[in-house]
Structure formats: C-alpha cells, structure tokens
Design a protein around this ligand. Structure first.
Ligand SMILES: [Zn+2]
Length: 66
C-alpha cells in the first residue's frame, strides 16, 4: 500500500511540465497540499496533486508567486 498522497514512482519518473517540458520538483503549496513545481526558469508553474494523482494541466496550474 502507498500513502494517500504518494505518487506512484513510475509515474513520478516520467512527469514533465506540459508547458515547457522541464522536470518538476516536489513542493508543498501554500495550503500545505503537495504540489509539483516546474523547474523551468521562465515557467515555474505549480501543479496540484489530487489523492496522489498529479494534475498536469496548464489551465489548472498555479502561476509562480513572484
Ligand atoms: Zn514548465
């Protein structure tokens, strides 16, 4: 069994930002929920994780807080 918010390792390994195709890193969002944040210097979109399922949609992503 996996923990509720754990992303399957095989899935995590292939995840890329759909906008710029950079790798994403694990972060914790402002609400304490897990997020995957794009490592692209000019991108930085944060994708939420719903019950261990990353929502890799540009329209659903949170822009970087700058
Ligand atoms: Zn990106």
């Amino acid at each position: 069994m996996t923990t509720p918010n754990a992303i399957e390792p095989w899935l995590r390994a292939i995840l890329r930002c759909p906008k710029c195709l950079s790798e994403v890193r694990d972060e914790t969002g402002p609400t304490g929920a897990p997020e995957l944040v794009c490592t692209g210097a000019d991108c930085g979109l944060a994708y939420r994780v719903d019950d261990g399922i990353p929502v890799m949609l540009i329209d659903e992503a949170r822009p970087p807080s700058t």
